[in-house]
Design a protein around this ligand. Structure first.
Ligand code: ASP
Length: 404
């Protein structure tokens, strides 16, 4: 008998999880531990995976010139797609005007709003770790990435005696981490069942929320849909010259995992596996671009942040000028770059936009109640954009892929 493909297994698990979570919300603790174990296992491999992946990728790229070229392409793709997403969001929020007449009484208290108050300059400075071991402990992705790129690059600058064993060592480490990944992925259907059952059981007043926040949710979901179903596939087709449908199929498992976990970081091991083994992108490119993408490339978050900030302005009756709206665009880009690839990170970094245009930070409380569901959707778009970036960059580097 032919084995059911993994993403179908996960989808079936997801449906059962929705049923279980809504029918037996009080019995959810009997299954939620399955999700905890799965998430812990994914988190367990992220730091060594990123380290090994980037070092092995950078040593594979070889010299400074190629690394620079690839770096510029990657960053250009990340910024361009995030801006495209933001402009779609801006257009929709101006057309739909979801915040006009919104019920301010729904606002909830949010703690820790100062978390994102560091200026963008500070954030940039903090990319350089003072103690790399502390960064490993804290899971400080940007610092780990920065250190790994430097480390990998300077391996290529050493003599043969050191270069070969070090390169082999990190290639081997990466191989082992990927083997562990494949092992953990086998448990994805069970893990995702546990995660989604709990999420569903916590959404008790979903119907009421949809009634009151419906327009806002429609604006965000429509924007995300346009980005994932039109904008990115167009880029795949016309710049990448690959078949978007085949690519979609190739990365279905990480997409459903992103949807279920709301975390680009936790999904990263599955993303690397799918883009490498199913889409056929080389290790050199996947291992450099995907960890970076999971940390800084967040198209879905950027679009969401733009709509959310404009929604808050509308709800408070503040008319934003053209210049202010452009400030929203730029700060939404920065806020999405600054958001970590973990659940609800985007909700907190909205404060960057709100402070830039002088809106009350408490506005975040207004959108808190529906954040979870939107987070699931925007994380899916974030991860899809990372995979498209790897594919498009691989094609511009002359690679032949399995999805053409
Ligand atoms: N959860 C998102 C991610 O991991 C970030 C966000 O909160 O927007 O990609």
């Amino acid at each position: 008998m032919k084995k059911l493909e993994l993403h179908w297994q996960i989808l079936i698990a997801l449906i059962f999880a929705v049923l279980y979570g809504s029918l037996f919300p009080e019995a959810v603790q009997y299954v939620s531990w399955l999700g905890d174990i799965f998430l812990r296992a994914l988190k367990m491999i992220i730091v060594p995976l990123i380290l090994a992946s980037i070092i092995s990728g950078v040593t594979g790229i070889g010299n400074a010139e190629n690394l620079g070229k690839l770096g510029i392409k990657t960053i250009t793709y990340y910024i361009a797609t995030s801006l495209l997403a933001i402009f779609v969001g801006l257009l929709l929020v101006n057309l739909i005007q979801p915040g006009v007449g919104a019920d301010l009484g729904l606002s909830k208290q949010v703690e820790d709003l100062s978390a994102a108050k560091d200026s963008f300059g500070d954030t940039l400075i903090q990319i350089i770790p003072v103690n790399i071991f502390e960064s490993f402990l804290k899971g400080d992705m940007l610092s780990i990435i920065f250190f790994s790129i430097l480390f990998g690059f300077f391996i290529t600058q050493t003599g043969e005696t050191y270069r070969t064993p070090l390169t082999n060592f990190f290639d081997a480490l990466f191989e082992v981490m990927m083997k562990i990944t494949m092992f953990i992925i086998k448990f994805a259907p069970i893990g995702i069942f546990g995660i989604v059952a709990r999420t569903i059981s916590q959404q008790s007043d979903l119907i009421h929320l949809i009634q009151s926040m419906g327009l806002y949710m429609i604006a965000v979901l429509l924007g995300l849909f346009i980005h994932i179903a039109f904008t990115l596939p167009m880029l795949l087709k016309f710049i990448g010259r690959v078949n978007p449908r085949k690519h979609f199929h190739a990365v279905a498992t990480p997409l459903i995992t992103a949807f279920s976990t709301s975390s680009s970081n936790a999904t990263l091991p599955l993303t690397i596996d799918a883009v490498k083994n199913n889409s056929g992108v080389s290790t050199k490119i996947t291992s450099f671009t995907l960890p970076l993408g999971a940390t800084i490339n967040m198209d879905g978050t950027a679009l969401y942040e733009c709509i959310a900030a404009m929604f808050i302005a509308q709800a408070y009756g503040v008319e934003l000028t053209f210049v202010q709206q452009m400030i929203v665009v730029i700060t939404a880009l920065l806020a999405s770059i600054g958001a970590a690839g973990i659940p609800m990170a985007g909700l907190v970094t909205i404060t960057i936009i709100l402070s830039a245009v002088g809106l009350p930070l408490e506005g975040v409380g207004l959108i808190l109640s529906v954040d979870r569901i939107l987070d699931m959707c925007r994380t899916t778009v974030n991860v899809f954009s990372d995979t498209c970036g790897a594919v498009i960059i691989a094609k511009t580097e002359g690679e032949t892929l399995k999805i053409e």
